[in-house]
Design a protein around this ligand. Structure first.
Ligand code: GDP
Ligand code: CA
Length: 322
């Protein structure tokens, strides 16, 4: 079976890890293609940082800081301490020493003329993704960046997504998101093929606006989903109207969408076939979408709990296969 997933960082990575664990039990030959959001990418100190790709690499490769959900386990921040001593800015974005190794090698390979896809494939090889039959693709090789237009009354100011998310903790209301470069971007090699050739397309519980929503904006992606003959099924990132972690509610508010599981499914209604929700959201109904209720809390507390969510999602995909 070929499964294609769209993914952001923590929610996407944890889900894919559970999906792989489930498939290893029932269908080890299955292949997973992950199309990663690159709208969060940022250049810092001359280095290209790709937070969602890195979270996917570290989580799937066994190097993640489990508690935090992002960054490397057993990390230190000695380099950042030096940067601080020099008064180098910005200091609100954590760059661990081990993590910097990734950004340095990525930046070097990009400077040598390799594409983001080529670089990601080399990074993925180090983390053992090919051996797990996981192919990690950036959504595009074109540098794109999500910017947030802040709602500050009279004045309008845009900041990089990371500044809004990390430094401002999404507490300053956003009036909209603008993805610089996205309209001129092309889907990375393999992305549209992976959507066309998939047996099942899955949406992990990634942020619907700034993770999945950005990938859907890559020219051709949304059309590929609408035209898909394979079932498209997703896991709700909200439980009883609240994001399990992060600020998805602030992102939804910015685009004028209710913070409910039903409203999130509504964002995907033009291509979504099945939606998996928490028992607390059992009453959710979305026109044209088959809803299934997970047998327990829709929480990716550990790999086994996540594998059970993935199992339910694939069962739903079989029910809605058209
Ligand atoms: P990010 O790029 O690191 O912010 O990660 P993603 O966009 O991939 O995922 C973030 C979303 O995952 C948030 O909206 C969370 O609500 C959702 N999420 C995180 N953990 C869980 C979980 O255990 N269960 C569910 N249902 N959603 C989760
Ligand atoms: Ca992200």
């Amino acid at each position: 079976m070929r499964i294609t997933a769209l993914a952001g960082g923590v929610g996407g990575a944890r889900f894919i890890r559970g999906l792989r664990a489930h498939l290893d039990r029932v269908s080890p030959e299955s292949e997973i293609t992950v199309i990663a959001n690159t709208g969060d990418d940022i250049s810092l100190f001359g280095l290209r940082v790709c937070p969602d790709v890195d979270t996917l690499l570290y989580t799937l490769g066994g190097g993640i800081d489990e508690e935090q959900g992002w960054g490397r386990a057993d990390e230190s921040t000695r380099v950042q301490g030096e940067l601080e001593a020099y008064g180098a800015l910005p200091q609100w974005f954590t760059l661990g020493d081990l993590d910097l190794g990734t950004h340095i090698v990525r930046s070097q390979w990009l400077a040598q003329g390799q594409t983001a896809s080529e670089v990601t494939a080399r990074l993925a090889a180090r983390w053992g993704l090919p051996e797990q039959r996981i192919r990690l693709l950036p959504m595009t090789d074109t540098p794109v960046e999500t910017h947030v237009v802040l709602d500050e009354g009279e004045t309008q100011r845009a900041v990089h997504f990371q500044e809004w998310w990390v430094r401002l903790r999404a507490e300053v209301p956003a009036s909209r998101f603008v993805v610089a470069g996205l309209d001129r971007a092309a889907a990375a090699p393999g992305v549209l093929d992976a959507l066309r050739d998939a047996d099942v397309i899955v949406l992990p519980p990634s942020n619907p606006v700034v993770s999945i929503g950005i990938i859907l904006g890559v020219p051709g992606v949304r059309d590929a989903l609408r035209g898909s003959t394979a079932p498209v099924v997703g896991v709700s990132p909200l439980i009883s109207g609240r994001p399990v972690r992060g600020h998805a509610d602030a992102c939804l508010a910015a685009i004028g969408v209710d913070s409910t599981s039903a409203a999130v499914a509504g964002l995907y209604a033009d291509f979504l076939d099945g939606w998996l929700v928490d028992p607390a959201d059992a009453s959710v109904r979305v026109r044209g979408v088959e809803t299934a209720v997970h047998g327990g809390p829709l929480l990716m507390t550990d790999v086994d709990a996540t594998a059970a969510i993935a199992a339910d999602l694939l069962a739903l995909a079989e029910r809605v296969r058209r």
